[in-house]
Design a binder for this molecule. Structure first.
Ligand SMILES: Nc1ncnc2c1ncn2[C@@H]1O[C@H](COP(=O)(O)OP(=O)(O)OP(=O)(O)O)[C@@H](O)[C@H]1O
Ligand SMILES: Cc1ncc(C[n+]2csc(CCOP(=O)(O)O)c2C)c(N)n1
Ligand SMILES: [Mg+2]
Length: 319
């Protein structure tokens, strides 16, 4: 957020909610499970019969998760996308979300852009805003999203087994590279688009139910998030194949080989799925096998030259 539109009478909290956050869902059926949306002390929701609910929450702060000069519509889109990516990683269908917004002031241009970007993705994903909270302070967006899966079919981090293939739902490295380019003053191009508007892999996640043995979305980098799968699966290890790491050479063309590898493996902000598949499962279209699970703990890389090198599971960390 860079500036406030000055107004003698800024909207009060309730008018602001009505104007920007009472949104008619566009999807056929979207909102059918909402008995009471924004407006009462809490939302009243109808869980789909026979399904389990899946809940996640992610907070995005200006300057920490998105740059202060990012367009409001991109901020709205991105803050919802990172939550939907967690639902995708569980194989869930999105249902409802709550929005907790902390605003430094009432800037109607910013609110119009933010809500437009956020509802663009909400409508595309079929998720309904059912309530939230608005308060004053440094800009922060916290979203709690709920989805559903048929009982017992949620994907978890914990089911990987030795011998299984490790797959990626897309290329990695573009998100953090986009942030770097942004910090150098660039405002367009594929890496920047990836950073501004990550595409949560909801359909892929749902298609992996009963197929993938473990799944996670990559927010902190391939190594760090793969390590969560290995830990959750009982302390297993992995070997990655450098030659098999998917690389969008056009996106990372301005980086040297070492920086490309660092972005691909440790970047973060990717929001693609990493999952494990038994050897008899077909590889979903558009996905890449990047290695396999091993009994011996730790992550190793088979280099282009055929050497095996140990890697530390370094990735993005707040502290
Ligand atoms: N304050 C908290 N209280 C309880 N559980 C938490 C808290 N913060 C995180 N967790 C739980 O810890 C687990 C890992 O959280 P984390 O935020 O790292 O999720 P992630 O999906 O790995 O990353 P991302 O935040 O980028 O989505 C999740 O199950 C989350 O619900
Ligand atoms: C302005 C700015 N600086 C740095 C980054 C990089 N970054 C911040 S948090 C995070 C991991 C996921 O976070 P969380 O675990 O909180 O969901 C990453 C890769 C960014 N996105 N924006
Ligand atoms: Mg996650």
């Amino acid at each position: 957020m860079t500036s406030a539109s000055s107004s003698d009478n800024p909207l009060d909290e309730f008018s602001l909610i009505r104007r920007y956050f009472h949104h008619q869902p566009h999807h056929a059926g979207q909102g059918d499970s909402v008995s009471m949306g924004p407006g009462d002390d809490a939302a009243i929701l109808i869980p789909p019969p026979g399904q389990q609910l899946v809940m996640t929450q992610d907070t995005s702060l200006e300057g920490r998760h998105f740059p202060a000069d990012m367009a409001a519509a991109d901020v709205g889109y991105r803050c919802l996308a990172v939550n939907l990516s967690d639902l995708a990683a569980m194989g869930a269908c999105p249902l409802w979300f709550l929005l907790s917004l902390t605003l430094p002031e009432v800037d109607e241009d910013w609110l119009a852009g933010f809500s437009h970007g956020m509802f663009e993705l909400a409508d595309a994903a079929g998720i309904a805003l059912v309530g939230g909270d608005i308060t004053r302070g440094p800009l922060a967006v916290s979203i709690q999203a709920t989805g559903a899966v048929p009982a017992g079919q949620a994907l978890r981090r914990s089911g990987a087994r030795a011998g299984e293939r490790i797959c990626l739902g897309g290329v990695t490295g573009a998100g953090l590279h986009g942030l770097h380019l942004w910090q150098q003053g660039r405002r367009d191009g594929p890496a920047i688009d990836h950073f501004r508007r990550p595409q949560p892999q909801l359909e892929l996640g749902q298609s992996l139910r009963k197929r993938a043995s473990a799944c996670i979305d990559i927010s902190d980098g391939v190594l760090a998030d793969l390590n969560h799968v290995l830990d959750a699966s009982g302390g297993l290890g992995a070997q990655l194949d450098e030659a098999a790491l998917p690389l969008d050479a056009a996106i990372l063309s301005d980086c040297d080989h070492q920086e490309q590898r660092r972005l691909q493996l440790q970047g973060g902000d990717d929001y693609v799925l990493l999952f494990t598949l038994a050897t008899d499962e077909p590889i979903p279209a558009g996905c890449h096998v990047i290695g396999h699970i091993e009994e011996a703990p730790g992550i190793r890389l088979k280099t282009m030259a055929g050497e095996i090198r140990s890697l530390s599971a370094k990735g993005w960390q707040h502290f």
